[in-house]
Design a protein around this ligand. Structure first.
Ligand code: GLA
Length: 387
């Protein structure tokens, strides 16, 4: 069995065993390894949420990249990546302290679930039974409801200098969802500057629905300010899912051809963001799910973003069928984040790899149901480079 085909926890264990074996062998390490800086595990106490202690993990790699992950909300707090001159800077919007995340903020860096994005009117039928969810976005359910996974304190179940696995068990009836869901998310920062996020979702008791993603806001300038409209993006998607005024998909899979949603060649994000187009109007810019080309379930490269001034690039690989490309159209200065910066309109963009919004009510969309006793795996890689 190839290690990359294992589920994230087994892969992590197998890799750790291999590392240990290598360390125990009597042969001297190759010269290249000698010069590699030693990366030590860094875990610090970060305060408390609802009386539960919260930790902050710093993952590092041999090339100086760093990613910080909080057990509160399984939040990706920061990603420090090099520009074309090797200059390191944080490319995520967010907060310096836990207090910032405990306040109201639009899911910055958080793992969202049990269902990322919207379920129309907060209702769906499963096995003939109607389920009513918490409604928190107009008439609709968004990102798991009022107390979604972004507000849970997750438990670290495995940790190392370059990886941390966090677990959260969402009980039967949580925010209206049927059945218990046992979720593990593993963040791994590799020496190739890949930040890999692997999710395991297990329906332990009853059939349920799930759609879990990460809601990081990127700004590849590393300055955490300025509209992201000059970033260029390519999305390998021939179709997208148009929405109604409440941002619920109509059910159609529409060709991007001839629309502002055609990103099959690199385009400045700002190029058509204000186009005369109902879909753009509904989203106040881009806030849409794209149907990623290729076979869902296989990890494939689907998106590339370039920031021309710093040269930083981001490539997204995912096993998911879709991605919510959201250009921070609801950022309005009300969130004060890192370094006291007010996050303004379009200061960041999100690439939320996912199953399509409102899938539990759309039989034609890839199913989000997980049968009792079964698990779904999902992996997304954010690959950082500079050119
Ligand atoms: C998602 C949604 C947006 C918005 C943000 C959070 O990306 O699609 O409409 O709700 O989350 O502000």
């Amino acid at each position: 069995m190839r290690i990359d085909m294992l589920d994230p926890l087994s892969r992590y264990t197998a890799l750790s065993a291999l590392t240990l074996l290598a360390a125990c062998s009597s042969a001297p390490p190759p010269a290249a390894e000698k010069s590699t800086p030693k990366i030590t595990m860094n875990k610090e106490s970060w305060g408390a949420a609802g009386g539960r202690p919260v930790d902050l993990y710093t993952l590092g790699n041999a090339r100086g990249m760093q990613a910080k992950v909080s057990t509160y909300g399984a939040i990706l707090v920061s990603v420090v990546a090099p520009d074309r001159r090797g200059q390191l800077a944080d490319v995520l919007l967010g907060h310096d302290t836990l207090a910032g995340y405990l306040g109201t903020h639009p899911y910055m860096g958080a793992v969202v679930g049990r269902y990322g994005n919207r379920i129309g009117k907060g209702r769906f039928r499963l096995n003939g039974v109607e389920h009513k969810l918490a409604v928190n976005n107009g008439a609709n359910h968004l990102h798991g409801g009022i107390n979604g996974f972004d507000k849970a304190v997750w438990t670290a179940v495995d940790e190392g200098p370059q990886s941390v696995a966090l677990r959260h068990v969402s009980p039967d009836g949580d925010e209206g969802y049927p059945g218990e869901l046992d979720v593990t998310v593993t963040y791994t920062l590799t020496d190739d500057n890949d930040l890999r996020i692997a999710y395991v979702m297990k329906a332990t008791g009853k059939d349920t629905v799930a759609n879990i993603t990460n809601h990081a806001y990127f700004n590849l300038t590393g300055k955490g300010e300025g509209e992201i409209v000059d970033h260029e993006i390519r999305i390998d998607a021939d179709r997208f899912t148009p929405v109604d005024g409440g941002l619920i998909p109509t059910g159609e899979l529409k060709s991007v051809e001839g629309t502002p949603f055609d990103f099959r060649k690199f385009v400045r994000i700002g190029e058509r963001i204000a186009a005369e187009d109902d879909q753009i109007r509904f989203g106040k810019g881009y806030d849409h799910n794209f149907v990623l080309n290729g076979t869902p379930g296989t990890l494939r490269s689907t998106i590339r973003v370039k920031e021309p001034v710093s040269g930083r690039t981001l490539e997204v690989l995912t096993t998911e069928p879709g991605v919510q490309f959201y250009t921070g159209n609801f950022l309005d200065g009300s969130v004060v984040g890192k370094g006291g910066k007010k996050y303004l309109f379009r200061n960041g963009f999100c690439l939320e790899t996912q199953h399509f919004p409102d899938s539990p009510n759309k039989k034609q969309f890839p199913t989000t149901t997980i049968k009792a006793g079964e698990s779904r795996l999902s992996t997304t890689v954010f690959r950082f480079a500079a050119e």
